[in-house]
Write a protein that binds this ligand. Structure first.
Ligand SMILES: Nc1ncnc2c1ncn2[C@@H]1O[C@H](COP(=O)(O)OP(=O)(O)OP(=O)(O)O)[C@@H](O)[C@H]1O
Ligand SMILES: [Mg+2]
Length: 358
């Protein structure tokens, strides 16, 4: 098997000229290193520049500034068909009038491989995606999930050095999406091909990636493992983008030895933190809904249940305390623990595992 490749984006930008709207810079001075064999996901809202970044890695789009390096070699001006990439598109981009076999064979024919190699390559590709024996079918005779598998087989049949995915699962129903994402993950691990995956689905990103780069307005705002991004978001934007978050604003009353005491809605709340906080400053704390607990007894922070959704394995609450509204998740609630709208309760904020944005 070929050695995995490192991708390096150095200060790349993409500017599009618009006659009426003026120039749009879709990607802004972006630096990114994707490790050999890594599965990296670009995650962000619509229009943040994910597809444009992916297209520049593929060579479908020329950057207006910056360089792209594959294993240290500058490929910025190398055309797409000479970059050894496999690309899986959102709408599959299959040839509907060709058979499954011919669709998967496409890249191998372009590479001018002989018939025996094409047969072997297609067979292996179809087997890897679980479609063995279906080479003779027409694309129109396949389900959406099967078509997505053909697109995947076509991308890997050429034995690419880089795999690129642009929202490949968004046309599938929820159950199939979950099934396919674990297959993509398994296959990528098996082939150890450096992979860049684009999605705006945070759960998909968390399930499938080694690392996630969160993008906003053409830039990467934070990059890391799902767990790091979830536990240590650097900004309000990241905190709100990956999972649900409460932003609790308080004034620092005391800070010493890795602990900070904040005044929130007139109560003292002490949390363990490695952040440096100036006394008297206003601090936003990111508190995840599942980190807050509720009880019926009187506690430090009195609350009232404004809304509740019971979902079986968990209950989700909107709790008001002073001028603060909190989202709280209670896992596996017993009948005694379950609160109802209008109930008064006591809110217990966690003493650790809170990210202070300072
Ligand atoms: N060929 C183009 N010509 C002009 N503007 C473009 C072109 N391609 C993209 N843009 C603009 O660049 C910005 C980023 O687009 P891009 O397709 O990269 O976003 P995206 O993150 O993939 O969004 P989505 O999740 O909707 O696919 C958008 O404002 C878009 O309108
Ligand atoms: Mg896109």
């Amino acid at each position: 098997m070929a050695k995995s490749l490192e991708i390096r984006l150095r200060g790349i930008s993409a500017t599009f000229q618009h006659e009426s709207r003026g120039d749009i810079t879709a990607v802004k001075d972006l630096d990114l290193i994707i490790q050999p064999g890594e599965f990296l996901t670009l995650l962000g809202a619509s229009g943040c520049g994910k597809t444009t970044t992916l297209r520049m890695i593929a060579g479908f789009q020329q950057p207006s500034a910056g360089e792209i390096l594959f294993d240290g070699a500058n490929v910025t001006n190398v055309p797409a068909n000479r970059r050894d990439i496999g690309f899986v598109f959102q709408n599959y981009a299959l040839f509907p009038h060709l058979s499954v076999f011919e669709n998967v064979a496409y890249g191998l024919r372009i590479k001018r491989q002989n018939a025996a190699k094409i047969d072997a390559g297609v067979e292996q590709g179809l087997r890897q995606v679980g479609l063995q024996g279906l080479g003779g079918r027409m694309i129109s005779e396949l389900s959406g999930g099967q078509q997505q598998r053909v697109a995947l087989a076509r991308a890997i049949a050429i034995k690419p050095r880089v795999l690129l995915f642009d929202e490949p699962l968004s046309n599938l129903d929820a159950k199939l999406r979950v099934e396919m994402r674990s297959e993509i993950s398994r296959l990528q691990e098996e082939l150890a091909i450096t992979t860049v995956y684009v999605t705006h689905d945070q759960e998909e990103a968390m399930a499938i990636s080694d690392r996630i780069a969160i993008m906003n307005e053409g830039r990467i705002v934070q990059i890391g493992k799902a767990e790091e991004l979830y536990r240590k978001p650097v900004s309000r934007f990241v905190a709100g983008f990956l999972g649900n978050a409460n932003l609790v604003r308080g004034t620092a009353l005391a800070a010493d030895g890795g602990r900070v005491t904040l005044d929130i809605v007139g109560h003292r709340w002490t949390v363990a933190t490695d952040a440096t906080v100036t006394i008297g400053s206003v601090v936003d704390a990111v508190v995840r809904p599942e980190a807050i607990s509720l009880s019926r007894s009187d506690g430090a922070l009195p609350g009232i249940v404004e809304g509740r959704v019971f979902l079986g394995e968990k209950a989700e609450y909107r709790i008001r305390t002073g001028d603060l509204e909190l989202l709280v998740v209670q896992w596996n609630p017993t009948a005694g623990e379950l609160l109802a709208a209008g109930d008064t309760c006591s809110v217990n904020l966690p003493a650790a595992g809170v990210q202070l944005l300072v």
